[in-house]
Write a protein that binds this ligand. Structure first.
Ligand code: KG4
Ligand code: ZN
Length: 381
């Protein structure tokens, strides 16, 4: 088959992204416009502002992705766009634009699930490195600001199938990083800051009890039968409350407020943030991260055993975390399980993963029609 160039568009949360990917295996261009500056002062994503920023950014971001790829609107073979899950208003910006382009250019339009995109970020880069020898089933941990999900992924003919075998009952792991960073006056998004600051603290200083939920969620219609492998549940709202309690019982409020005042004007560097943190804060940050990492790794490896996974993928924004990668590498190696991560730029939201996930659908002719609309709670099957 001749080379296929797919233009991917992603606008599900606070990144406006466009990319061109060749035949699901080579990133030709990858442009990401992050809205951190807009949402930073609020300590989290403000949906109305996200839609407004996507509207402003989408045309220049797509143009840039085409220019970087030496492609034109006419030369690409198909368009791919994130259908969900995500913020409805934000998704609609990408979908409306992609639909209009596909209609005007008479090109096929392919709808992609954002979570499938995160899984294909790993596949794309492994193919790019020449690795086509993955063992199945793959167990994928998709861990981001909106999701903490485990999927068993299998390749069927040209397409892919996914089975959800674990999810968070409350907050996503990235959400816990963001909320704890906000609580400690460390800014938004919290994950990258905590990742860097944790290196300077003692991870054994504070003990956090994490949830031990392992039984199947009865609300799930597709929960496995009695005696079969058990779904794994995560829960991260408790640890945020534990951090809050620690802050209160250790009188850390005034130093947090002082940091918030000092750092509110500009986006501080890591050196400035580190200088603004006393030992107690650095220890708390390191201990929080250690607890999150241990829980994510332990539960994922439990699922890998339950479902007899042959390969592990760890993907989504939190997969950029240094300690998480290291711990997964060490512990998976002990179990003889190969583990793959996307590069850091493809861990967080991007459109290359959307264009890559669209390729098998292009090959099988799985195209969208003009009725395509945003699905904020779209499930991955
Ligand atoms: O995948 P992503 O860009 O967007 C969603 O689909 O949610 O993930 C963003 C999340 C944020 O919560 C952010 O704090 C977290 O990923 N994150 C990290 C790191 N980089 C981003 N969390 C921990 N360590 C990091 N290095
Ligand atoms: Zn994401």
């Amino acid at each position: 088959m001749a080379d296929t160039y797919i233009l991917g568009i992603e606008s599900s949360c606070d990144e406006t992204a466009a990319a061109v990917v060749r035949s699901g295996e080579q990133v030709v261009s990858n442009v990401v416009f992050s809205q951190f500056a807009t949402h930073g002062p609020y300590g989290g994503v403000v949906p109305e502002l996200a839609s407004r920023e996507h509207l402003r950014a989408i045309v220049p971001v797509v143009r840039q992705a085409l220019e970087d790829a030496h492609q034109t609107y006419q030369s690409v073979d198909a368009l791919a766009v994130t259908q969900g899950p995500g913020l409805a208003g934000a998704l609609l910006v990408g979908i409306s634009y992609a639909k209009a382009l596909a209609f005007a250019l008479e090109k096929p339009l392919i709808a992609v699930n954002h979570l499938e995109g995160h899984i294909h970020a790993v596949l794309l880069e492994e193919r790019q490195k020449g690795n086509r020898e993955l063992a199945f089933p793959v167990l994928a941990l998709v861990v981001s600001g909106g999701h903490t999900h485990l999927y068993l992924a299998n390749q069927r003919n040209q397409g892919w199938s996914y089975e959800n075998v674990g999810h968070t009952r409350d907050d996503a792991a990235g959400e816990a990083f963001d909320k704890v960073a906000k609580l400690l006056g460390l800014g938004y998004p919290g994950g990258p800051v905590i990742d860097k600051l944790a290196r300077f603290g003692d991870a054994g200083a504070v003990k956090f009890p994490l949830s031990q939920i392992k039984h199947p969620d009865r609300r799930e219609k597709d929960a496995p039968q009695k005696g079969g492998p058990r779904n794994i549940d995560f829960s991260y709202s408790g640890i945020k409350t534990s951090v809050l309690r620690y802050v209160e019982t250790h009188d850390m409020r005034s130093s947090i407020e002082a940091r918030q005042r000092a750092l509110s004007a500009t986006k501080p560097s890591i050196e400035e943030l580190r200088a603004s943190c006393d030992r107690q804060t650095l220890d708390l940050v390191a201990s929080f991260q250690r607890a999150m990492v241990n829980d994510l790794v332990q539960k994922t490896l439990t699922a890998a055993r339950e479902f007899e996974a042959a390969t592990l993928f760890v993907t989504g924004g939190v997969a950029a975390n240094q300690e998480l990668r290291q711990t997964f590498e060490d512990r998976a190696a002990r179990e003889g399980l190969p583990v793959y991560f996307p590069s850091r730029p493809l861990s967080t939201d991007n459109a290359a993963m959307i264009a890559a996930a669209a390729y098998p659908k292009f090959v099988s002719g799985d195209f969208s029609n003009r009725e395509l609309s945003a699905e904020a709670s779209l499930r991955l099957k």
